[in-house]
Each structure stands twice: as C-alpha cells, then as structure tokens.
Design a protein around this ligand. Structure first.
Ligand SMILES: [Zn+2]
Length: 194
C-alpha cells in the first residue's frame, strides 16, 4: 500500500481542518483511496491500488472530532441497538430458552447493534463541530485527495459485481506519475511504498 504523508518538518504546515493551527502526527486522520489498475471488469482478476492519505490535524480539531461524550454516546447507542435487536430476535423467533440460543442471539445483536450505531454516528460526523472547522470525513478538498479523486481514484473499495468499479481507460501510468510528482513538489508530501 502507498502512503502519502504531510511533511511535518515544514514549519508552515497547517492543520487541514481549521487551516490555522500547527498539526501533529499523533492527531492526523487517514483516508484510503482506491484505484482499479486492470481494465478487467469481471469479478475475477481485477486489481486495485490502495493509497492511504495521511491528513494533518491539530489537537484542538482532534478533540472536536472525537470528544469524550461522543465516545460514550456511541457506546450507549451500541448497547441500546444491541438490546433492541436482541429483543426483536427473541420476540420474532419465540425462542426456547437455552444457552446456545441466547449465545447466538447475543452475538447477532452485538454485531447488528454496532452496524446500526455506526450508521447513526455517520450523520453526526457529517456536521461541522465548530464554525471554521471541517467535519470529520470531509476530506475531498485536501490537495492530494483532490488530485487523486480528479484522476478517478475512489474513496470506497471498488466492487465490480455491484457495478461500482470505474476504470478510467484514458488514464496512463504517466498521468499517475505526474500527479504523484505534484503531490510531492506542490503539496510538500512524502510518498512511501512506491
Ligand atoms: Zn485544526
């Protein structure tokens, strides 16, 4: 996997989310981008390149993105969703109580509860936590991501069987190479794993 990291040695480097504070590596956010290499649109034999973009963030923005209440809120939501799913399974199946039945219902409830809580949490993450601070997940304007998405990189794992695979036929390896050069020279990023 390729990694694109900001140059923390640059004294002018700013946090992407507030465009104001000095970021630190320990608070950075990461986003993965995918690009289909081969032109094969079959489920068999398609390959993609995975790029992890490291986005500079300051401590203040990190705390705004991951406040303590949100972590507790998410856990509570998870618990509630799990209990709801458990109750639903229990009612629907009219289960005979036994250890195996309880274990199965609990495992399914925890899994579905986490998925449901994660889905609800997504809506909170889309909102700006403070005026002038970009919301978590709003990374499209980060220069290296903007460049790669402009070339046809996807911010989700391509799934050709669902028709989500997109191959930019006109794109040559030289185009990607020149985008990487711009990311290094103009965005002052360090690319590793090439
Ligand atoms: Zn910031």
């Amino acid at each position: 996997m390729l990694h694109i990291r900001p140059n923390y040695k640059n004294p002018n480097l700013k946090c992407y989310y507030c465009s104001h504070n000095t970021p630190a590596e320990e608070y950075e956010e990461t986003q993965r981008l995918y690009f289909i290499k081969s032109g094969l649109k079959l489920w068999l034999g398609y390959k993609y390149t995975e790029v992890e973009v490291h986005i500079p963030r300051c401590k203040e923005c990190f705390d705004l993105h991951y406040p303590k209440w949100k972590v507790h809120f998410y856990r509570l939501l998870w618990l509630l969703c799990s209990a709801l799913v458990f109750f639903g399974i229990y009612k629907a199946a009219d289960l005979e109580p036994s250890v195996g039945v309880y274990a199965f219902a609990i495992i399914v409830s925890i899994g579905l509860g986490a998925a449901l809580a994660g889905f609800i949490a997504m809506f909170f993450n889309k909102r700006s936590p403070k005026k002038g601070v970009r919301p978590l997940g709003n990374n499209d304007e980060y220069a290296p991501i903007r460049r790669l998405e402009g070339l046809g990189f996807l911010d989700y794992k391509p799934d050709p069987s669902k028709g989500s695979a997109y191959v930019n036929e006109d794109l040559t390896p030289d185009d990607i190479e020149s985008a990487f050069k711009q990311i290094k020279a103009e965005d002052d990023c360090i690319i590793s794993g090439l």
